[in-house]
Design a protein around this ligand. Structure first.
Ligand SMILES: [Zn+2]
Length: 277
């Protein structure tokens, strides 16, 4: 392995610039982060090694350029969400449809080589590695535990083509910490996150962090369902008539504009999707 995370300099360093130390270096693969040490032989150039029995198959593939930095919430970015990109989905479940699950949709992969690391929840347990061959023929949807940490793809291996890496765009998939995330209430399950606009006369689900300063106006007829890991969820219906004051309140709540629809909206749900646990 040519790279390791240097705990002193707080950055990835190459083996050529490293010093002998038992504690200083960690595996830069985010799903591993195991202890590594510098190895210098007479015949092989300097490299990092895991301690025996540690490390994962993807560790050898790590290269610093493949780390995808997580950006701060950017709701203009959100408007660019497309159907074949990484995005959030909401499942309303249970007999009385009072429970909900948040999912991360990963678009179908064009290749079976390589793997990605997803953050699906808080802490080290929230990271999960996915071999792209698992989503070679159909998109995947993975359960997310809503949390403060940015959800999404945190790393991919060199085998992942640039065209697919672009679909993993992480900027659009951060959960808002002080406002609501809106989902289309049309459809039975796997409700898509609203990309750019809300429409008068249409119903949506809003989710928000319990500690966020959110209070839904009675005008929206909120019907709240059960909480999930400290997040709340309510179905709301926007009135049919344009209401400027309400539009402003909704903008504060969601960072989204509300417009009048010119045509009947239809939400397209991909038929080729499958669930992976
Ligand atoms: Zn490792």
């Amino acid at each position: 392995m040519n790279w390791a995370y240097d705990r002193v300099e707080r950055r990835d360093v190459s083996a050529d610039e490293a010093v002998a130390s038992k504690q200083r270096y960690r595996c830069p693969n985010r799903i591993c982060q195991g202890r590594v040490f510098l190895s210098r032989g007479d015949y092989r150039r300097a490299h990092f090694k895991h301690y025996p029995g540690e490390g994962k198959p993807s560790c050898e593939d790590y290269h610093p350029g493949l780390y995808i930095p997580q950006s701060a919430p950017n709701f203009h970015e959100d408007e660019r969400i497309q159907a074949d990109r990484v995005g959030f989905e909401l499942d309303i479940v249970g007999k009385r449809r009072l429970d909900w699950n948040l999912k991360l949709r990963i678009p179908r992969s064009d290749t079976e080589h390589g793997s990605i690391v997803m953050r699906l929840g808080p802490g080290p347990d929230g990271l999960r590695e996915l071999q792209l061959r698992a989503i070679r023929n159909a998109a995947g949807a993975f359960d997310v535990i809503p949390c403060d940490e940015p959800i999404g793809i945190v790393q991919c291996t060199p085998g992942v083509p640039a065209s697919y890496r672009e679909k993993l765009n992480p900027g659009s998939i951060t959960l808002p910490q002080s406002t609501c995330k809106a989902f289309h209430a049309t459809g039975i399950s796997r409700l898509r996150a609203v990309g750019s606009k809300l429409y008068w006369g249409v119903s949506y689900y809003f989710i928000w962090k319990t500690s966020a300063p959110v209070s839904l106006p009675a005008f929206l007829n909120p019907e709240e369902i059960n909480q999930n890991h400290g997040w709340r969820c309510a179905r709301i219906t926007l009135p049919n008539t344009v209401d400027d004051a309400l539009a402003e309140q909704v903008r504060d709540l969601t960072r989204l504009e509300t417009t009048r629809s010119k045509a009947i909206l239809s939400i397209v749900v991909p038929t080729g999707s499958k669930e992976i646990d």
